[in-house]
Design a protein around this ligand. Structure first.
Ligand code: CAA
Length: 297
C-alpha cells in the first residue's frame, strides 16, 4: 500500500505532482536542493488551492489538510527514508536523472517504487543504474498537473506487471486517467505532440504564415485549447528541443530533426513563457502576452 510519497524536484511539474498527491490524502515529502524553489512551490500550491476554494471545488478544510500533508526537505536522505513511492520530477537532463536515481536507489527503502516524470528519457536506461529495475517506472504527468487528466504510465524493459498495476491504480486514486505505454523514444504523448509543434515552427520559419495565424488555425480549426506555438512556449522551448533530440537520435529518422529556428531561439535564451519570451512576449505580473517583436509583420 502506498501512503508516503516523496517528490524530487519542486519546479512546475514537481509542485503540481505534490499538490495532487497531497490533495488526495497522501503524506508528501517534497525535496529540492534549493530552499527558494521549495518556498516558491508551496506558494504556488497555496495559490492554486485558494483558487479552487474560491471556485467552491474544495473547502477551506480540504485546502488546510492538503497543506498539512506536505513537508519540504533540502536533503534526499531524510525525505525518502520512509517512502513507499518516489516520483522524480527534476530537470530533463539525462546525466542528472541517472545521478538522482542511483542515489535514490541507495537511500530509499528496498520496497519503494521509483518513478520518473521524464517526458522522453528512456525508463529502461534510468532503471539500469539501480539495483531494482523491476520497480522503476515512468509516471508522466501533463502540465498543469492539477488540471490535466492524463498520466502516461511507461513500462521499462524490466518493470513488472505488479508494479505497473500498483501505479495504474494509484493514478486512478489521484482521479487521473492512466494510459499504459511501452518504453520507446518520446513514449506516445511526445512522439505525437512534438512533431506537430516542430512542423508549426517550420511553417513559421518558411514564412507560410505568422505566429497568430498558425495558432488560430489549430485552435479554431482543430479545437486545441492552445495553438502549437503558444503550447511550445508553455512547455519551454528548451524542453521541446530536448525531446526532439531524443526522437531524432532514438529513431535515426530525419523527420524528427528540430527546426533550425527552434535551435536558434533556445541558443538565444528565448525559452518561452518561463524566460518571458518565445514566440510570444509575456507581460510581467499579468496573464497577458503578445507576438514577439521579431515575429511581428
Ligand atoms: N494549476 C491549477 N489549476 C490551473 C492552472 C494551474 N497551473 N492553470 C489553469 N488552471 C485551471 C484554472 O483554475 C481553470 O479552472 P476551472 O475550470 O475550474 O475554472 C482551468 O484550469 C482553466 O484555466 P483558465 O480559465 O485560467 O485558462 P484556460 O481556459 O486558458 O486553460 C489551460 C488553461 C488548462 C492550461 C489550457 O489552455 C490547456 O489545456 N492548454 C493545453 C495544455 C496542454 O496541452 N498541456 C500538456 C502539455 S505537454 C506536457 O505537459 C507533457 C510534456 O512532456 C511536454
Amino acid at each position: 500500500m502506498i501512503k508516503n510519497v516523496t517528490v524530487v524536484g519542486a519546479g512546475t511539474m514537481g509542485n503540481g505532482i505534490a499538490h495532487v498527491f497531497a490533495m488526495n490524502g497522501f503524506q508528501v515529502n517534497l525535496v529540492d536542493i534549493s530552499q527558494p524553489a521549495l518556498d516558491k512551490a508551496i506558494k504556488t500550491i497555496t495559490k492554486n488551492l485558494d483558487r479552487m476554494v474560491k471556485k467552491e471545488r474544495i473547502t477551506s478544510d480540504e485546502k488546510n489538510n492538503t497543506l498539512a500533508n506536505l513537508t519540504t526537505y533540502t536533503s534526499s536522505a531524510e525525505a525518502v527514508k520512509d517512502a513507499d513511492l518516489v516520483v522524480e520530477a527534476a530537470t530533463e537532463n539525462i546525466d542528472l536523472k541517472l545521478k538522482i536515481f542511483k542515489q535514490l536507489d541507495e537511500l530509499s527503502p528496498a520496497k519503494a517504487i521509483l518513478a520518473s516524470n521524464t517526458s522522453s528519457i528512456s525508463i529502461t536506461k534510468i532503471a539500469s543504474v539501480t539495483q531494482r529495475p523491476e520497480k522503476v517506472i515512468g509516471m508522466h504527468f501533463m502540465n498543469p498537473v492539477p488540471v490535466m487528466k492524463l498520466v502516461e504510465i511507461i513500462r521499462g524493459y524490466s518493470t513488472t506487471d505488479e508494479v505497473t498495476n500498483i501505479i495504474m491504480d494509484l493514478s486512478r486514486t489521484l482521479k487521473k486517467v492512466p494510459v499504459e505505454v511501452n518504453d520507446y523514444p518520446g513514449f506516445v504523448a511526445n512522439r505525437i505532440l512534438l512533431p506537430m509543434i516542430n512542423e508549426a515552427i517550420s511553417a513559421l520559419f518558411e514564412g507560410v504564415a505568422g505566429v497568430e495565424e498558425i495558432d488560430t488555425v489549430m485552435k479554431l480549426g482543430m479545437a486545441h485549447p492552445m495553438g502549437p506555438l503558444r503550447l511550445a512556449d508553455f512547455i519551454g522551448l528548451d524542453v521541446c528541443l530536448a525531446i526532439l533530440n531524443v526522437l531524432h537520435q532514438g529513431f535515426g529518422n530525419p523527420k524528427y530533426a528540430p527546426c533550425p529556428l527552434l535551435v536558434n531561439m533556445v541558443t538565444a535564451g528565448k525559452l518561452g513563457q518561463k524566460s518571458g519570451e518565445g514566440f510570444y512576449r509575456y507581460i510581467p505580473g499579468t496573464r497577458d502576452f503578445e507576438v514577439s517583436d521579431v515575429f511581428k509583420k
